[in-house]
Design a protein around this ligand. Structure first.
Ligand SMILES: Cc1cc2nc3c(=O)[nH]c(=O)nc-3n(C[C@H](O)[C@H](O)[C@H](O)COP(=O)(O)O)c2cc1C
Ligand code: SF4
Length: 442
């Protein structure tokens, strides 16, 4: 078992500024400020760092989209909305390593020429908002952030960092919605293009990165890109925070090299399944990612390519394990109810489709649906995908589509077809259920 830890090192009291500094903390920012901003971007590009917020987009490449010359201010948003069911890893950074995140923000701001950064934290993380505010205040008081940093680091560069709290909407984790939320508007996703690097916060060039992504940056500056590129899966290097929940003996957040076997995470690190039961399904990257069958986990590696090959996606690295006794109809209903509730309502396929899917799944869950409803549910899901402004559409559709494709047998077993209505009585396929229809008296 590899013990490499980059974003959550096993150092006692690392969240305290003095302890962080005694291990070389904030020296990496100083080192970065002595380089050109282009060199910093180049190092991050070569390191192969990819975003930990869901899409695994190349971080250095994203930074290079920011215009070098502009008469507008530029902004950085740090995405700590973390509202995807099954994801709970950024809050570990807020609690146990906030200064490395702050240092990562300083280096990023320097690299892309930003003077104002916003750390966006989900509103329910009240405790963690306070912890980050305290860490930030300590850094300000020590002259490590803000105007005083010019003197501290002996540089011309200075930037301000603010904490912005969300108000309980999952959709505000989507980057354009997050920017609207910071602007004080309703959390509606924006149509892209234009992309944030051209037209972001208040119409100005903006970069949005996940908390974990940026917490890696000081370590890359300290140890060099070759070091980082050599850890884990070559095309998706570094460590990843895997949040493991569901039917495991030791749920928790495990920092492991990318490319670690999914079965190792479940059995070696998370202690296996209670009662040594078999696994029916695993969602590997937060609730919106396609579930994998329990009998198809052998050899699956936890990195972008490994999961693509297995038919899913790395997402946020939130692994949800479901044992052989799990009722997948009930699970899918719960997941769908969440996305229906969280749909912002701007686009018809998402607003209506998520509601229809929830209705059908409710019927299925009550044993009031017929086998034809399986196809109906599948059709609704596949009509949402690709037809919406933001990826919440896919987030809602994928679990439904892939659960039906991979566990159709379960659904067929659960649906009773002997009480189907005769075709002549079917008004609409949505009513193709076993709900008793009162006889019509003439
Ligand atoms: C519905 C929805 C919710 C999202 N929620 C989050 C979130 O909570 N945290 C996050 O970092 N990214 C979230 N994302 C992805 C962001 O839009 C964005 O891609 C990410 O913050 C970029 O950071 P990265 O490049 O460092 O991964 C969400 C995307 C969608 C479509
Ligand atoms: S896909 Fe859903 S959440 Fe995203 S903009 Fe459309 S309605 Fe809103």
């Amino acid at each position: 078992m590899s013990e490499i830890k980059i974003v959550l090192p096993d150092i006692k009291d690392y969240h305290i500024l003095e302890v962080y500094r005694s291990h070389g903390g904030y020296e990496n920012a100083k080192k970065a400020f002595s380089m050109s901003s282009d060199d910093v971007i180049d190092i991050v590009k070569k390191s192969g760092l990819r975003g930990r917020g869901g899409a695994a987009f190349a971080t250095g490449l994203k930074w290079s989209f920011m215009p070098k010359t502009t008469d507008k201010p530029k902004y950085l948003c740090i995405n700590g909305d973390e509202s995807e069911p099954g994801s709970f890893k950024d809050r570990q950074i807020f609690e146990f390593n906030p200064h490395q995140m702050i240092e990562g923000i300083l280096i990023t701001c320097y690299a892309i020429g930003v003077k104002t950064a916003y750390i966006y934290i989900r509103g329910e993380y009240y405790k963690w908002i306070k912890l980050v505010q305290k860490a930030l205040q300590d850094a300000y008081d020590a002259g490590l952030v803000g105007e005083k940093m010019k003197e501290t680091y002996g540089t011309d560069f200075a930037c301000e960092i603010y904490v912005h709290s969300g108000a309980g909407a999952y959709i505000c984790g989507e980057e354009s919605s997050l920017m609207n939320s910071i602007e004080g508007k309703r959390g509606y996703p924006r149509v892209k293009p234009p992309f944030p690097a051209q037209n972001g916060l208040w119409g100005c060039p903006t970069t949005i990165n996940n908390v974990e992504t940026l917490t890696n940056v000081p370590a890359i500056i300290k140890n060099g890109w070759e070091w980082f590129a050599g850890i884990g899966a070559p095309k998706h290097p570094g460590t990843i925070l895997f949040g493991v929940s569901g039917h495991v003996n030791k749920p928790g957040v495990y920092e492991l090299p990318s490319g670690t076997l999914l079965t190792d995470i479940i059995y070696k690190y998370a202690g296996g399944v209670p009662g040594d039961k078999k696994i029916k399904a695993v969602i590997p990257g937060g609730s919106s990612m396609p579930p994998l069958r329990g009998d198809k986990l052998e050899g699956v590696t936890m990195d972008a390519d490994g999961l693509r090959a297995a038919g899913s996606s790395i997402g946020t690295g939130g692994i949800i394990v479901m044992d052989e006794d799990t009722d997948l109809v009930a699970v899918l209903l719960r997941i769908t109810k969440f996305y229906h509730h969280e749909s912002c309502g701007q686009c018809t396929p998402c607003r209506e489709g998520t509601g229809w899917m929830e209705k059908i799944l409710k019927r299925m869950n009550k044993g009031e649906a017929s086998k034809a409803d399986i196809d109906l549910l599948y059709r609704v899901a596949t009509n949402i995908e690709g037809n919406t402004i933001c990826a919440l559409g896919e987030a809602a559709a994928w679990p439904v589509r892939f659960t039906l494709e991979r566990f159709r047998d379960e659904f067929e077993k659960a649906m009773k077809d002997e009480v189907e209505m005769p075709v002549k009585n079917q008004v609409h396929s949505m009513r193709h259920t076993k709900i008793p229809i009162a006889p019509i008296h003439h």
